[in-house]
Design a protein around this ligand. Structure first.
Ligand code: 6PG
Length: 249
């Protein structure tokens, strides 16, 4: 099956051991342009396990020198409602893999506060932080330079899970959401905020994601939350060859 025949032009497939480098080189160019144009680069990091290797590569000796860390600002696309030192914390994963290993000023790292009785308060607090930091589009939404997003096996992205009320949020930039299947609260950026980003990069790896990738990119079934991500500008799918195995020869 010829990849160009079924897929948007912005799909990049790499072997599992080259995926991280492919993403980091792409980010380097975006960040360099953003810093040159605006003096800073606003990046929303995704959680889960897939991006860890990418964050580690960014912090490595061969790549860390490619970024102007004092002009990079890092945020989180979503967070689990656990303390920041908890093993499930997306903040902890990013700090351990990247942010504690590069010379980035601490004031350039914007964690989602999870220490609230009512997680809607945490979400509202984070929305205020974003409103203070991000440039705003003509439609009134913050504009990240890059939003990194993963994909769950159920087609969720960030903490935008199937069947949850956050999927229909059209005004808030950040919302708290109870995820019944996980029996827990999450805090997540919303579709309107994601879709006003200048660049969205999906990072999907592993054979367990291959069927969903086929349904979404080849069949375009339009059934899953991740399919509601449609930024006006640039949207790139970074897939490893295992996740892409059902859509390429
Ligand atoms: C999270 C992420 C979530 C993740 C996907 C994929 O907080 O877990 O925001 O959307 O990106 O579930 O996770 P893996 O990379 O672990 O497969």
């Amino acid at each position: 099956m010829n990849i160009e025949k079924f897929l948007p032009s912005q799909v990049k497939v790499a072997s599992p051991d080259r995926l991280a480098e492919t993403v980091v080189l792409w980010l380097e160019k975006i960040a360099t342009d953003a810093v040159k144009t605006n003096g800073e680069c606003h990046v929303a990091l995704s959680g889960g396990s897939t991006p860890k290797a990418i964050y580690q590569l960014m912090a490595s000796e061969n790549y860390a020198g490619r970024f102007e860390w004092n002009k990079m600002k890092f945020y989180f696309g979503d967070e689990r409602t656990v303390p920041h030192d908890h093993p499930d914390s997306n903040y902890k994963m990013a700090m351990d893999a990247l942010l504690s290993r590069v010379p980035i000023p601490s004031e350039n790292i914007f964690a989602i506060n999870t220490n609230c009785k009512d997680f809607n308060v945490c979400a509202a607090q984070y929305q205020q932080v974003l409103k203070q930091q991000l440039p705003v589009s003509a439609q009134g939404f913050g504009q990240f330079d890059v939003v990194f997003l993963g994909m769950g096996e159920d087609g969720h992205t960030a903490s935008l899970f199937p069947g949850t009320d956050i999927l229909s949020e059209r005004k808030r930039w950040v919302s708290a959401v109870y995820v019944q299947k996980l029996e827990t609260w999450r805090i997540s950026i919303t579709f309107p905020l994601i879709n006003h980003a200048y660049n969205v990069a999906f990072i999907v790896a592993g054979e367990n994601k291959a069927e969903k990738i086929r349904e979404i990119l080849a069949q375009k079934v339009n059934q899953y939350p991740i399919e509601k991500v449609s930024p006006r500008d640039n949207c790139v799918w970074f897939l490893d060859s295992n996740a892409a195995k059902l859509i390429v020869d």
